[in-house]
Write a protein that binds this ligand. Sequence first.
Ligand code: MN
Length: 203
Amino acid sequence: MMEKTMPIDGLFQLQPLPYAPDALAPAISTETLGFHHGKHLLTYVNNLNALLPGSGFEGKPLEQIVCESEGAMRNNAGQILNHNLYFAQFRAPRQENRPTGRLAEAIDAAFGSFDAFKDTFAKQGAGLFGSGWVWLSANEDGGLVITQEANAANPMQRGLRPLLTFDVWEHAYYLDYQNRRADHLAALWSLIDWDTVAQRLEA
Ligand code: MN
């Protein structure tokens, strides 16, 4: 089972970044990271905490709220879970950055090669209409799939195990890339911490 995200004293917390605010530049600038994590994600956390009292979901894990609630509660909980997975999957950029081991084998089995996977994933992200997320997930058989999820949706809602995601809401890239979503997505590959992604497959 995946790790559960629990509230502390009844409140969900802003998950701290596991790197310095300038660690992802220039692919994700310090300014974008500051707004995205410190303002957008914080707002989702505050919104969900305000909706919890009397909802029946007090003290429940975030993942359960994402899968079982509706409306504003599901949207805010989904955005917290999505962003927690998103921010935790990065670290400072590296050249020659690619998965290894069982994750690499599973990507090859599902998509033919790592380059073919990257091409499909980036196209699904660039082609998603409106706001949302593109995901790599594992199904119940351990096979890998790519899905587009609109707005705040998470693959857990359809029984998948989320491994990797690109945020294609404009707030994720507009300060640095304006309308050039595909260029932003292409720059993200050097930032992926494939060890973190692989751990999600094994957890
Ligand atoms: Mn976002």
